[in-house]
Design a protein around this ligand. Structure first.
Ligand SMILES: CC(=O)SCCNC(=O)CCNC(=O)[C@H](O)C(C)(C)COP(=O)(O)OP(=O)(O)OC[C@H]1O[C@@H](n2cnc3c(N)ncnc32)[C@H](O)[C@@H]1OP(=O)(O)O
Length: 134
């Protein structure tokens, strides 16, 4: 994961979400916890996938992920998304999280994961992703 970080020093894709890590997102040790970060990644990916899908999507899978650096309270977090593949109803999307630490002023990649979203209709059944408009 560290090698990949060095080969890949800039965010991939489009900025989907920016927010500040607040004290309410911490665990009992006072540290930002991973589950909160994953849920923000899911929200950022959902927002972008629903644009591609032209409507409602559901998260069907998240690949393995590792947290490469800790996130400090007060850090500015940026979530980037890149569509990797569009299937009949599925959208594979890379979601990266980058942190701007207010104390160290360091800009670093925190984590990344590939999410798969599926376009669904009002009843929760899969539907085809509409063709891309050029
Ligand atoms: C449990 C929760 O509440 S988690 C929170 C939100 N997520 C959800 O609620 C999703 C719950 N899951 C579901 O409702 C169903 O799995 C559905 C409707 C998303 C998909 O139903 P399925 O019967 O798996 O549909 P189907 O087999 O046709 O697969 C649909 C697409 O998803 C892809 N897919 C299904 N499972 C996976 C998986 N585990 N990993 C990657 N892709 C997958 C398929 O390859 C297919 O892609 P394509 O249409 O582009 O070829």
């Amino acid at each position: 994961m560290k090698d990949y970080e060095q080969e890949d020093p800039i965010p991939q894709g489009d900025l989907a979400l920016q927010l500040t890590a607040l004290p309410r997102e911490t665990n009992g040790f006072g540290d930002i916890y991973g589950g909160w970060l994953v849920s923000q990644m899911d929200l950022a990916g959902t927002a972008m996938a629903s644009r591609v899908a032209g409507g409602r999507v559901a998260t069907v899978s998240i690949d393995r992920m590792a947290f490469m650096v800790p996130v400090a309270v007060g850090a500015q977090l940026s979530f980037y998304t890149q569509t990797l593949e569009v299937g009949r109803s599925s959208i594979r999307m890379l979601v990266e999280v980058w942190s701007d630490d207010p104390l160290s002023s360091e800009w670093r990649k925190v984590t990344e994961a590939v999410f798969v979203f599926v376009a669904i209709d009002g009843s929760g059944r899969t539907r085809p992703v509409p063709p891309r408009r050029s």
